[in-house]
Design a protein around this ligand. Structure first.
Ligand code: CA
Length: 228
């Protein structure tokens, strides 16, 4: 068996830290704790964690300043924040955070996001050729999509959105990134373009388009293709 994954908890609230420590220990992770940004910087340098659970509201510095440092050290980063401001989440994702969870968080959901982020970290930047989401098969190499074995016709923009999501399955991709990469930098504000494409994708790919299970909404932030 592989050695335990090292997870650094950066959190100034002792109650939440204890809660996270218990959950991570039950999942057989090795836990390191930091209560301030200063302690976190030291731990990043010395312990070289595989993943960081990062609170943004720290007493000495804004947690957001630690994202790039943690990513540079090769750690997966999951922001665990009480801030409801969606622009903060988008900023964290832009800086390289792998995912985020809102406080109060569901421990199982947090652990699932951590597993996904760690899996991505191990996979590195390997280009995926095929992604399966339930009955939907996305062949990224040949730009073909099938549902229950039948070919699905997508417009170039619909395919662009789906391919970008499929390139990072189970991860939230921000609206701005989707618009920038599929429609171009001049259209990053055209949320309606994206909404229309997603609605159409759901009509073509979801079992019940009014209750999407594959292309899920992260309110105010972006979309996620669920494969697990
Ligand atoms: Ca805090």
């Amino acid at each position: 068996m592989a050695s335990a994954t090292k997870v650094l908890i950066v959190e100034d609230d002792t109650h939440i830290r204890r809660l996270l420590r218990g959950a991570l220990a039950r999942a057989e992770h090795q836990v390191i704790e930091a209560a301030t940004a200063r302690e976190a910087i030291t731990a990043l340098g010395i312990d070289k964690p595989d993943a960081v659970l990062l609170d943004l509201g720290l007493p000495d510095r804004d947690g957001i300043e630690l994202i790039q440092l943690a990513k540079a050290g090769g750690a997966a980063v999951i922001v665990v924040s009480a801030r409801t401001d969606t622009s903060e989440k988008v900023a964290a994702l832009d800086l390289g955070a792998d995912d985020y969870c809102n406080k109060p968080f569901d421990t199982e959901e947090l652990l699932a996001r951590l597993r996904t982020a760690l899996r991505h970290r191990l996979a590195g930047n390997v280009e995926r050729e095929q992604v399966i989401a339930g009955t939907v098969q996305i062949d990224l190499l040949h730009r073909r999509v099938r549902r229950a074995g039948e070919p699905v016709h997508l417009t170039p923009k619909e395919y662009g959105v789906l391919a970008l999501l499929a390139g990072h399955p189970d991860r939230v991709i921000a609206h701005g990134q989707l618009l920038r990469e599929v429609w171009g930098p001049a259209h990053v504000q055209q949320l309606d373009y994206l909404r229309i494409a997603v609605r159409s994708l759901r009509q073509k790919l979801e079992d019940d388009p009014s209750r999407p299970r594959k292309i899920v909404n992260e309110p105010g932030v972006g979309y996620r293709l669920v494969i697990s």
